[in-house]
Write a protein of this length. Structure first.
Length: 253
């Protein structure tokens, strides 16, 4: 993926990692379109960063995904990069079905069906571009489970395998698939995470991501150093120890 001259659509970029990436890519000389549910936040981003375009999109709503994607393509026919950033994470207790079923369904709808529907809405257009990229967003928790967030872990494992599979299917096209695998990052994804001592500072995370993309234009998995502890646990042979260490730090356990 080249670092400038792209037209990049990032749903779920009104805060956290998505917004930070949107700002960095904009500064690097890309046309950036930020998507989100809340018009006020979109307007604030557009005012703070002239040149960033915005579109309302709800990644839990199939019709919204189709309509927003069509708007973006119509306004920006050079669209060649889509970053499927939107996601939710919640604590669940699976010993009490009444407490987790609704949460689990919402997580799967947003974290799994959202990216699937988004890719479905843009793939035909991306295949017309000479140099296109789909960026999926999984997590270190796709590879090692956090006890308190079963549905989130599973949703990100699904995104990892979706990314692997799409990369195979699109190998003979102009569309590349890049998987971003964050560790815990200091954002508002979970209550208290922004101030967690184990969360990676957001600026440091985005600095490292941009450095990896610049240094390795053909990278398929973007792994900052801090996530490798989780990502490669099974390969190293210390999976059980990593599971224990990760869950010993879980504030929700």
């Amino acid at each position: 993926m080249r670092m400038s001259g792209n037209t990049i659509f990032i749903p779920g970029a009104t805060s956290g990692i998505g917004r930070a990436l949107a700002e960095r890519f904009h500064e690097a000389g890309n046309t950036v379109i930020v998507g989100g549910r809340r018009r006020q936040l979109l307007d604030e981003i557009a005012a703070a960063h002239p040149g960033i375009d915005t579109v309302e999109i709800d990644m839990a709503d199939p019709a919204s995904i189709v309509a927003a994607s069509a708007q973006v393509i119509a306004r920006h026919p050079d669209l060649n990069v889509v970053i499927a950033m939107a996601g939710i994470m919640r604590v669940e207790d699976w010993t009490h079905p009444e407490s987790f079923l609704s949460s689990a369904e919402q997580i799967v709808t947003t974290n799994v069906l959202g990216p699937i529907r988004l890719i479905g809405a843009v793939i035909e257009h991306l295949r017309t571009r000479a140099d296109a990229t789909i960026v999926t967003v999984s997590s270190g928790l796709a590879f090692v489970p956090l006890r308190s967030t079963p549905s989130y872990n599973a949703s990100k494992a699904a995104i990892h395998m979706l990314s692997e599979s799409l990369r195979l299917q699109l190998a003979d096209t102009s569309v590349r698939v890049v998987e971003l695998e964050p560790p815990a990052v200091a954002t508002d994804l979970m209550p208290g995470q922004r101030h967690s001592r184990i969360a990676m500072p957001l600026d440091h995370f985005v600095d490292e991501v941009m450095s990896i993309l610049a240094a390795e234009p053909d990278v398929t998995e973007v792994q900052v150093e801090r996530v490798k502890f989780l990502r490669h646990a099974e390969t190293r042979g210390d999976y059980s120890e990593v599971v224990a260490r990760l869950n010993a730090t879980d504030p929700h356990a």
